[in-house]
Design a binder for this molecule. Structure first.
Ligand code: ADP
Ligand code: MG
Length: 406
């Protein structure tokens, strides 16, 4: 697959789909990580003498709502502050176009010189963006001579800016390619589904809330992995399926039959908690009970983290692994008292540094890894929550990547 490095784009208008979906509060950027992450691709294109046209979505704009609500959402998700921050980081002027179509945009694009950067308003200002509308895609595609996909976090969505534009440009014989960020994500995540002998034992660690959200990923990983370790709330649905008592732990009722079937088919390759941290209140109220329960959880208590014996058991699997894919925290890591399980997994993976290939993908799990300070100990921590999971469950395929072709 073509990457930005090999593009011939001197003097050309290059549309770059970036992920500038940064957290904003009152127009202030609270974390500019995503802008920083796009810099290598943007700089590469600028050094090649391209005219760079950046597009990204930012937050949500629900076009089905009343017009005044839509206006409110547009105001809240205005891309303007991102242009300012990007200009600071690049050390050069960024032309900001506050609209997503029309004369103002077309004139700004036409005025762009080699080595200059333009950022268009939030793609979601357009109703047709999320529908991959052909008219909108064609309109935007006309603004560019080439396309670079660097928004990994949006690559699982076939929208006008992630799918419509590249498919049209490609059909016209124009250059379409991956940016550096996407290239790295694709290489690392594909390795998790294209398992080689030397990657075994391959251990997957899954956690988080609902089994339903992760059925496809479990199915795919069961075919690839030697063991799947399960923690988090979803482990209790599996424990219930085994006939255990789970007290008032979170139960994904609709997934019980699936869990039973899955355990049968896995023939001992799914590893479940043998103890848990339990509480009588999910809310951090004063005087709540927090204790360790064994394999069964008594009535009135809910499991909120894996227990110490389970952490040891899971470490014993992880320490032998040659490859690890992890998605989903082991407990309610947002609360300090329920972090130990997720931390234990981080530590076990840290101890594999230099000895195994280790990947974390998922919104909350990646946040936990960063929050606890273990990011540098992983071979790769994905920047795309939903996208990384879909990449695994779809066996290495995503619409926004596949469209770029060979
Ligand atoms: P990811 O974003 O990494 O894919 P999920 O979104 O599936 O992960 O799950 C993360 C959420 O699961 C966290 O908010 C965490 O508090 C919650 N969670 C984990 N374990 C439990 C548990 N035992 N009970 C209730 N919630 C849990
Ligand atoms: Mg999540």
């Amino acid at each position: 697959m073509l990457t930005v490095k090999y593009l011939n784009v001197s003097g050309k208008r290059v549309i770059v789909r970036v992920d500038f979906n940064v957290p904003l509060k009152g127009g202030e950027i609270r974390d500019d990580n995503r802008i920083q992450a796009a810099l290598p691709t943007i700089k590469e294109l600028l050094s090649k003498g391209a005219r760079v046209i950046l597009m990204s979505h930012l937050g949500k704009v629900k076009h089905k709502e009343a017009p005044e609500v839509v206006e409110e959402q547009k105001k809240k998700n205005n891309m303007a502050p991102v242009a300012v921050r990007l200009g600071e980081l690049l050390g050069q002027k960024v032309v900001f176009v506050p609209v997503t179509r029309g004369e103002e945009l077309e004139k700004a694009v036409a005025a762009l010189k080699d080595g200059e950067v333009l950022l268009m308003q939030n793609t979601r200002y357009e109703k047709g963006e999320e529908k991959n509308d052909p008219e909108l895609s064609a309109y935007w595609a006309k603004l560019g001579d080439a396309f670079v996909m660097d928004a990994f976090g949006s690559a699982h969505r076939a929208h006008a800016s992630t799918h419509g534009i590249p498919s049209l440009l490609k059909a016209e014989g124009k250059q379409v390619a991956m940016g550096y960020l996407v290239e790295k994500e694709v290489a690392n995540l594909k390795r998790c589904v294209e398992v080689k002998d030397e990657d075994r034992p391959y251990v997957a660690i899954l956690g988080g809330l609902k089994v339903t959200d992760k059925i496809q990923v479990i199915d795919t990983l069961l075919k690839k992995c030697d063991y799947i370790i399960i923690g988090g709330a979803m482990s209790y649905t599996f424990r219930k399926a085994q006939g255990a008592q789970i007290g008032s732990s979170f139960l994904d009722e609709g997934a019980l039959d699936y869990a039973k079937k899955c355990l049968e088919e896995a023939k001992g390759r799914i590893i479940l908690p043998v103890d848990s941290i339990v509480t009588d209140s999910f809310e951090p109220v004063e005087g709540r009970r927090v204790e360790v329960a064994g394999a069964d959880i008594p009535d009135g208590l809910e499991g909120v983290d894996i227990g110490p014996k389970t952490a040891e058991l899971y470490k014993s699997y992880i320490e032998k692994a040659k490859m690890v894919f992890w998605n989903g925290p082991m407990g309610v890591f947002e609360q300090e008292e329920f972090q130990a399980g997720t931390r234990a997994v981080c530590e076990a993976i840290r101890d594999l540094k230099g000895k195994a290939f280790t990947v974390c993908g998922g919104g909350d799990s990646a946040a936990a890894v960063k929050q606890f300070g273990y990011k540098a100990d992983f071979s790769h921590v994905s920047t795309g929550g939903g996208a990384s999971l879909e990449m695994i469950q779809n066996d290495g395929h995503l619409p926004g990547i596949d469209v770029l072709g060979e």
